[in-house]
Design a protein around this ligand. Structure first.
Ligand SMILES: [Zn+2]
Length: 348
């Protein structure tokens, strides 16, 4: 497996960039200790740093694990306790776990709170409420009565349910049949966490969580669908997570997913064309421009590629410069290189 170049990794080390978790391990020559990119300890000088792909490699070179950042614990993946907790919340959205319920499961409520603030940008309590109300929205869309839904998700009064619903989703329960919600989940991958979003109709977002464009893309979708982003699960996201895991394992070459990509007629044409570039093949921006019948619009094609909101699934990483150089990629060039290397090794 390829790793990014040393300058990029050293910069990530200095910036404690969490998107590099699981990508490299840094060894310190002067102390013989190895660390995660995000270690909070003082950073070594560049000439004293050595980069490894895995903790095993660092151990093989005689380095010892840092006691501050615990690099031997799996990086970039959610710990098992968090997976179990999320599974329980999503399987039973009416559940309203208090601190005591967490302690009963052997969990430290403070640790749970820190984890949700860090990974979901909201309190554990707010996360549970959002999942509950998102689930209520699905039930209402399927035609359930407001009163039944309110009780089903654990509200004791209809007005309490109505207020919470409106505050979180931006419209009242009775408007559900004509409105939309974008359900979001965080998916961890070998390239760092991705944020995925889907309406009831299909997937509309898949972006690396550290991507600068993410906020802009979220605003565009919010406006287009006139919808808020609410944590939860739906069958499109379940499918996406399953198929992405298979892709990263090297066992899936094609995705079979409902996707939504609103945009201008030109953007849609470019994105539609990207979907025809099969795994293991590459195309230049100029070839892409010819393919959509606008041979002189190379720069506009490159721009539309960059505006793609569904990374990996709409494979904009398969378009490269005419000279064979990788050129730009919203998720970072090292990720584009990683994806192309990964795909070149797959048997499709
Ligand atoms: Zn460390």
């Amino acid at each position: 497996m390829q790793i990014p170049n040393e300058d990029e990794m050293y910069q990530a080390l200095l910036e404690r960039d969490s998107s590099f978790e699981g990508i490299f391990i840094a060894g310190v020559k002067t102390t013989g200790i190895f660390c995660r990119p995000t270690c909070t300890a003082k950073k070594p000088k560049k000439e004293n740093t050595v980069f490894f792909r895995t903790t095993k490699e660092a151990l093989d070179h005689g380095y010892r694990a840092c006691k501050i950042c615990h690099p031997m614990q799996p990086a970039g993946v959610a710990p098992q306790w968090l997976k179990d907790l999320l599974l329980e919340i999503h399987a039973n959205p009416a559940i309203n776990m208090k601190d005591q319920d967490l302690r009963n499961r052997g969990l430290d409520p403070k640790r749970v709170r820190r984890s949700f603030q860090k990974n979901h940008g909201m309190t554990f309590h707010a996360y549970q409420r959002s999942v509950r109300l998102n689930h209520a929205f699905s039930r209402l869309q399927e035609g359930d009565k407001v009163i039944d839904t309110a009780y089903n998700v654990g509200y004791e009064s209809l007005s309490g349910f109505g207020d919470a619903f409106k505050k979180n989703l931006g419209f009242s329960p009775t408007e559900s049949s004509s409105r939309c919600v974008i359900t979001i989940v965080r998916i961890t991958t070998p390239l760092g966490p991705l944020i995925a979003g889907a309406t009831e109709e299909g997937i509309c977002l898949l972006e690396f969580s550290d991507r600068r464009m993410l906020e802009t893309q979220i605003q565009r979708l919010r406006k287009h669908f006139d919808a808020r982003f609410i944590p939860g699960r739906n069958h499109h996201l379940d499918q996406l997570e399953k198929q992405l895991a298979e892709y990263f394992n090297g066992t899936r070459c094609n995705f079979n997913l409902e996707i939504l990509f609103p945009g201008t007629a030109f953007q849609r044409k470019v994105w539609q064309e990207l979907l025809t570039i099969s795994l293991g093949t590459k195309r230049s921006y100029a070839e892409q421009a010819i393919a959509i019948g606008h041979p002189y619009a190379v720069r506009a094609v490159a721009k539309a590629n960059g505006d793609n909101r569904i990374a990996i699934i709409i494979p904009c990483h398969r378009v490269i410069g005419s000279d064979g150089k990788l050129t730009g990629y919203g998720g970072g060039l090292w990720r584009k290189k990683w994806l192309l290397d990964h795909e070149s090794k797959m048997n499709c």
